[in-house]
Design a protein around this ligand. Structure first.
Ligand SMILES: [Zn+2]
Length: 431
C-alpha cells in the first residue's frame, strides 16, 4: 500500500544533515514524516519543487518590528508577513520599541499582540536598563523570551546600559546568553561633533573602529569575569574579530547582512542616509574580513537586523536621520546572491558555511540554546518549517511587504528568492 501524506514536496534538492540530496519530503500532521524517494506516495497537496532547493525555515535572531509605539514604521503583522515571504519562519524581536520591553507586563503585551497577528514563530528580547537589573534573571526565563539585550551604546530608542557597574550587574543577574549592541557610549558622545551635517559618509568617522573595539574588549572581559555567555550582535569591524576569537569561552557573534553586502564610501554615495545603520557600514576591508570570519566558522549567526523607518525619518538632514534599514524579507536572497561571488564565499550551496542558512537551527541552537526557549517559540515546530528557494528570479522592491518601503532604486537583480510568494497562511508555511 502506498504511503499517504498531507503534503508532498516533490523533486527538490533538499538540505539535510548529510548534505544536499535529491529527495521528496512527506509531511503528515504538520511534521516532516519522511525524506527520500516517495514516488508511489499519495498526498492531499503536492508541491512541485523540481529546480528548487528545499531548506529548513530560516531563524532570524535579529529583527525590529516596531510594535508597540511606531506602527507607521512596521508592525508585527507586516513584519512577520515579510519574514515568511523571504523564507524566514522564526524571528527574535528586539526590545527597543516604545515603550521598551523591560517588564513582565510589557513582555506579556507583546505576546498578546503577537498571538493573532504574528504569522511566523517568534520570541522577544527583554531590554536591560538600570531600572530592571534586579528583575532580569526572572524576565529572561519568561515564556516567549529569547533572552536579554543590552545597548552598551545608544542607537534607536531610549535603551542604554553604558556604565561599567551596571553592565557587570546585568551580566551577573542571569545565566542565559546575553546579547549586546557593542559601541562605547562615552566615545560616541565625545565624537558626535564629527558627524558632519548632511554628510552620511561621516557616520563611520563618528562611530569609529575604536568606538567598537573599546566596548567589545571591555564587555568580553566583563563577561569572562562573570562567567556569563555573551552574544555580540552585528559585528562590523575587522579589529573586533580577533578579540572575539580569543574569547570563545564566553562569546558567540552575529554578522548582519548590511555589513556583509555593502561597503563605504560607495554605499553612502549611492544610498545616502538609507545606508545609515548602527554600528556603521565601513569600508570593504571590514566587509571582506567579515566574510573570512564566516568562512572560517567564527561567525555563529547571520541576522538581518531588519530595522525599518519611514521615508521622513530617513530623509531629514544627517545626523538627524534615523539609523537602520529593513531586511528580513531579503535575508535569504542577499545571502544566496553573495554565494554566487567566489571572492566573498569560499563555498557553494552544497558546502555552505553553518550560519548561512542550510543549518540555521544548528547555528542558532549553539548560540541561543533554542531548546530552552519555551512558550511562543515552539520547539516542536522547528523540524517542520521548510522553505523552497529558486535559483534565479529578479526581485522588485515593490514586492516587499514592509510597512515602510524603504529600498531605494527600482529593481535589484538578485539570485535566489523564496519560491511561491503567495499570501502566507500558517498552514501553508508551517507545513
Ligand atoms: Zn538591531
Amino acid at each position: 500500500m502506498s504511503e499517504r501524506f498531507d503534503l508532498l514536496i516533490r523533486g527538490g534538492m533538499c538540505a539535510t544533515p548529510s548534505g544536499i540530496v535529491a529527495a521528496d519530503i512527506g509531511v503528515r500532521d504538520g511534521r516532516i514524516a519522511a525524506i527520500g524517494a516517495l514516488g508511489s506516495a499519495k498526498a492531499a497537496e503536492i508541491f512541485d519543487a523540481r529546480g528548487l532547493h528545499v531548506l529548513p525555515g530560516i531563524i532570524d535572531t535579529h529583527v525590529h518590528f516596531r510594535e508597540p509605539g511606531h506602527l507607521e514604521k512596521e508592525d508585527m503583522e507586516t513584519g512577520s508577513t515579510a519574514a515568511l515571504l523571504g523564507g524566514v519562519t522564526s524571528v527574535f524581536e528586539m526590545p527597543n520599541t516604545n515603550p521598551p520591553t523591560t517588564t513582565r507586563l510589557l513582555v506579556e503585551d507583546k505576546l498578546a499582540r503577537a498571538a493573532q497577528r504574528m504569522h511566523c514563530d517568534h520570541a522577544f528580547y527583554v531590554g536591560a536598563s538600570r531600572e530592571n537589573i534586579g528583575a532580569l534573571s526572572e524576565l529572561e526565563r519568561l515564556p516567549g523570551v529569547a533572552g536579554v539585550k543590552a545597548f552598551l551604546g545608544s542607537s534607536t530608542g531610549t535603551l542604554l546600559l553604558d556604565k561599567e557597574d551596571a553592565i557587570v550587574q546585568a551580566l551577573k543577574a542571569g545565566c542565559r546568553r546575553m546579547a549586546v549592541h557593542s559601541e562605547d557610549e562615552a566615545r560616541l558622545q565625545e565624537r558626535a561633533k564629527l558627524a558632519m551635517p548632511g554628510d552620511p559618509r561621516t557616520h563611520p568617522v563618528w562611530r569609529d573602529i575604536e568606538t567598537a573595539t573599546r566596548s567589545t574588549e571591555r564587555v568580553l572581559k566583563l563577561a569572562q569575569a562573570a562567567g556569563r555567555p555573551l552574544h555580540i550582535l552585528h559585528v562590523a569591524s575587522a579589529e573586533e574579530l580577533p578579540l572575539i576569537a580569543a574569547a570563545r569561552d564566553v562569546a558567540t557573534v552575529e554578522a548582519a547582512v548590511p555589513h556583509l553586502t555593502l561597503a563605504a564610501p560607495e554605499c553612502y554615495e549611492k544610498l545616502g542616509t538609507y545606508a545609515q545603520i548602527n554600528p556603521p557600514i565601513r569600508d570593504a576591508r571590514h566587509r571582506d574580513a567579515l566574510w573570512r570570519a564566516v568562512n572560517d566558522g567564527l561567525i555563529d549567526v547571520v541576522g538581518s537586523d531588519h530595522a525599518p523607518h519611514t521615508r521622513a525619518d530617513k530623509e531629514r538632514i544627517y545626523p538627524q536621520t534615523a539609523s537602520g534599514m529593513p531586511g528580513v524579507q531579503t535575508l535569504v536572497t542577499l545571502l544566496q546572491d553573495a554565494l554566487e561571488d567566489p571572492e566573498l564565499v569560499a563555498s557553494s550551496l552544497d558546502s555552505i558555511p553553518d550560519p548561512l542558512a542550510v543549518t540555521p537551527h544548528a547555528a542558532n541552537s549553539k548560540a541561543f540554546g533554542l531548546r530552552e526557549i519555551i512558550g511562543a517559540f515552539q520547539e516542536q515546530r522547528m523540524d517542520r518549517d521548510v522553505i523552497c528557494v529558486t535559483p534565479l528570479l529578479s526581485l522588485c522592491c515593490f514586492d516587499l511587504s514592509y510597512t515602510a518601503e524603504l529600498t531605494p532604486g527600482d529593481e535589484i537583480a538578485l539570485v535566489g528568492y523564496a519560491a511561491d510568494p503567495s499570501p502566507p497562511t500558517p498552514s501553508h508555511y508551517f507545513c
